[in-house]
Design a protein around this ligand. Sequence first.
Ligand code: KG4
Ligand code: ZN
Length: 366
Amino acid sequence: PNTYTILALETSCDETAAAVVRGGREVIANIVASQMDMHSRYGGIVPEVASRQHILSLTPVVEAALAALPGGWSAVDAVAATHGPGLSGALLTGLNAAKALAWQRGLPFIGVNHLEAHIYASWLDPRSAPPTFPVIALVVSGGHTLLALLRDHGDYTILGQTRDDAVGEAFDKVARILGLGYPGGPAIQHAAEKAQAGGMVLPRAWLRESFDFSFSGLKTAVLHKVQEHQEREARLPAKPAGKHKGRTVPPATPPEPPKVAPAPLDPRWVAQVAYAFQESVVDVLSTKAVEAARQHGASAIILAGGVAANTRLRSELSRRAEVPIFVPPIALCTDNAAMVAAAAFYRFAAGMQSGWELDVTPNLRL
Ligand code: KG4
Ligand code: ZN
């Protein structure tokens, strides 16, 4: 039972991934075909393009994963796939492929929640001891931002989540405002590394007495900084601060909508904004995660999701936390199928499996 080998597929967003994991912890193969280049032309993910690309990439990634497993199919005990949350068309490709493969081989099939999978990336290192319950999980990705308490395998309580943008989404939108390209997370991190500390401070949405998050105000603050900066650069007088007596004077021309790709900004200034933005996000995330761990007597904090690849978040959370931090290696933070196999393992080991009728659930919750 501790050596069940699971073949898992992941197609919830823009990575077509297949992996083989033994015993829920030992990664035998972890193949990811990224569609990043395809989507970066559009500045974001195009769902139809994603689905079509998954269909093209699924067979090669499954073959590559199985090629790394001695014995191939004969050594596989179960097949798993993400069934939500994610893009419905994209999810369908992987879920149906996994069901077909399991059916054909007479193997059990296990549907996995993508958010749970991100958390289980922290179990994927047989060299270190796994986290012990209760733990706090901070899941930060392109589509999700949540803080959860895990009392046991499969026993989750959501303590807080975002009220507007997900953290990764905020990184991506702010990168676009700053003309840094897609995906925004790594671009902002690299720009911020070139900034000097203490130059600029952006607001933090604390939402006191709550573990919820909000990032849309911060995004708007960046947009205003850019507009002010561009006005200054164009040597236009700053906007009068509404001091017209009695009535407001309408502007001669309506304000222009924010440009998707603004005129090139001074890279040193962009670095300052990227730095201030990242500091604001990291401060709020780490403060709340540390407080949640304290309040619930957690033995560890798990950092999960694509934004967990952020080196500043990793270092700041480690510095502040009073309990051990589990952060998977970067390749296991962003979307992959090894984490799906790990999550599937604990369900399978507990005697659970899914029926063939399992459908995709694009807005599946933890
Ligand atoms: O988990 P993930 O791969 O896909 C989703 O399930 O959403 O997360 C992708 C998100 C993107 O928004 C990307 O910008 C962000 O993770 N990301 C980062 C970094 N690397 C990826 N954000 C901040 N810093 C990074 N180094
Ligand atoms: Zn993800």
